[in-house]
Design a protein. Structure first.
Length: 176
């Protein structure tokens, strides 16, 4: 019992004597000791995330987009005097997203990258939960690709006639 309330919490210790000593410290203070480590800084988390992306040998264009998002997060955090990852809550991320000038598809991809970054920090226990999972994805209009009309197919096949059998082989490879 701490402060009149029952506390059930794993101490993560195997040694019973150390666990008892730890509980006695709690009882003496009448509160659980707070973590003495400082929360993870946004800048440091960005650097570690980009290093992880490079270590995973991701495509250079993917890493470029991660760098771009990292820069945007850093600029946003600096403008709002946000230093720690724990300050990136749902409301703050709403504000961050409202500043994007992207179309729906680009905005969706950027949201996916933001969720991946915060999932990375969550897995490393730098934040308790990923607030970006609560952000609704933008609605992306579906633009179906229509098949060629009869006239278009005739023009395509007519244009291929001078190439003979080699054109047929190319068509078979590309059209399956």
């Amino acid at each position: 019992m701490l402060g009149g309330q029952e506390v059930r919490k794993s101490l993560g210790m195997r040694d019973g004597q150390k666990a008892q000593d730890y509980v006695r410290e709690w009882e003496a203070r009448e509160t659980e000791p707070k973590s003495t480590s400082e929360p993870m800084a946004v800048q440091q988390a960005k650097e570690k995330y980009l290093a992880d992306a490079a270590a995973r040998c991701l495509n250079e264009s993917t890493i470029y987009r991660y760098r771009l998002l990292s820069k945007q997060i850093g600029d946003f955090a600096q403008k709002r005097s946000l230093r720690y990852l724990t300050e990136l809550d749902l409301e703050t991320l709403d504000t961050f997203r409202s500043e994007w000038n992207d179309g729906p598809r680009s905005s969706l991809k950027k949201l996916e990258r933001l969720r991946a970054f915060l999932r990375f920090t969550e897995k490393r226990k730098w934040i308790d939960n990923n607030p970006a999972t609560e952000l609704k994805a933008p609605k992306v209009p579906n633009k179906p690709t229509m098949p060629f009309t009869r006239e278009e197919m005739i023009r395509i096949l007519t244009a291929l006639e001078p190439y003979g059998k080699s054109a047929v082989l190319i068509l078979r490879r590309t059209c399956g």
